[in-house]
Design a protein around this ligand. Structure first.
Ligand code: NAP
Length: 322
């Protein structure tokens, strides 16, 4: 079904169309997207599930309940749906194929159907893990997709479903940003390990991640949404948004240690692929020219961004407000 809303006679006022519904709005990325759209003057509705009660603005919707999804979309009438909700942990996905399929594929397929039926544009948040990372960098229209783990396979299926309903796919890399608790971010978990122990620790020095701040991704999503409202015929297909500084886990740990004057002589680099858990793409660097041509803001330097996130988190936990 062709999505035509922004330019239809009934919707010729752009401000009238600034209604967004965000799934996964209790998560690391969804929280940032909800805030950035609100700050930009959009009427924004955030959906969540197990953490819905943590923020009175969130609406509790189980995305595997297709009727509930249909009801909330029909009632809120968004012009744009940003789909963040997913099982995002590759190791968990590897162990639980069926549960991962249900949220990453089947719930996405239902949402794509509901979006199309309600003439809303679906912006599907995908991942650099759809590439195996052996032939970087990757352009938006690369046909080189070849996920190396189950998580990547399910996210690629979500992309196919989205594109077949004329939705937009936004691929992003490893994220960092403000967290409610340490376990939400592997970057914060790593920092805590560095703070708490000087014992010898072996860290992967194999796969490159391109850490990107969630607020920068949220602004890129806003750029896509507003560009679509202005000119919906040219905003379509797959987009990339990513920081361009690559770090292995070991390199990230060394950088964090230096930024916070922590010892790092006990960190040992392991250049081999992971011996347990899900496989990882070796170097899935994304080229981002399509979003650059829409004038999306550039990602901030990782050192500056991560220092701020950790300082804010330490302040929050030290003052007991976290
Ligand atoms: N984090 C990264 O480094 C990274 C990298 C590349 C791509 N991505 C993609 O970015 C997106 C957002 O990731 P994130 O890090 O923000 O994830 P996250 O923090 O784990 O949040 C996941 C969100 O999904 C919601 N959710 C899960 N199952 C649900 C269900 N059955 N019904 C309704 N909501 C459900 C969760 O709600 P409750 O918690 O309230 O249950 C939560 O809001 C994902 O699509 C992920 O694949 C993430």
């Amino acid at each position: 079904m062709q999505i035509q809303r922004a330019n239809s006679p009934l919707h010729n006022n752009l401000d009238m169309d600034k209604v967004v519904l965000i799934t996964g709005a209790s998560g690391l990325l969804g929280r940032a997207i909800l805030r950035i759209f609100e700050e930009a003057g959009w009427q924004a509705f955030g959906l969540a599930f197990s953490r819905a009660s943590r923020n009175s603005k969130l609406i509790r919707v189980e995305l595997r309940d297709f009727a509930a999804v249909n009801d909330v979309v029909s009632e809120k009438k968004p012009s744009i749906i940003v789909h963040c909700a997913a099982e995002k942990n590759p190791d968990a996905a590897e162990k639980q194929h069926d549960a991962t399929d249900e949220i990453n594929v089947k719930a996405t397929e239902n949402l794509a159907n509901v979006a199309a039926a309600n003439k809303a544009l679906l912006i599907y948040i995908s991942t650099d893990s759809v590439f195996d990372g052996f032939h970087p960098p990757y352009e938006e229209n690369s046909s080189d997709v070849n996920p190396v783990n189950y998580y990547g396979k399910t996210k690629l299926s979500g992309e196919h479903v989205t594109l077949s309903h004329n939705g937009i796919v936004l691929r992003i890399p490893f994220l960092y940003g403000p967290v409610d608790e340490v376990s939400e971010s592997s970057m914060l978990t790593l920092f805590r390990q560095l703070e708490e122990s000087n014992k010898r620790v072996v860290l992967l020095d194999y796969d490159l991640r391109y850490p990107t701040h969630v607020d920068d991704v949220a602004r890129a999503v806003l750029t896509l949404a507003e560009s679509f409202l202005r000119n919906n015929s040219s905003v379509k297909g797959a987009y990339h948004y990513a920081g361009q500084e690559g770090y292995t886990k070991y390199q990230m740990a060394v950088l964090l240690s230096k930024l916070f004057q922590l010892p790092h002589g006990h960190l040992v680099a392991d250049p081999n692929p992971p011996s347990s858990g899900a496989n990882r793409s070796q170097d899935p660097r994304l080229l981002c020219s399509r979003l650059a041509s829409l004038r999306a803001p550039e990602p901030r330097p990782f050192g500056d961004g991560v220092k701020q996130v950790i300082q804010d988190f330490k302040l929050k936990t030290d003052t007991g407000s976290g």
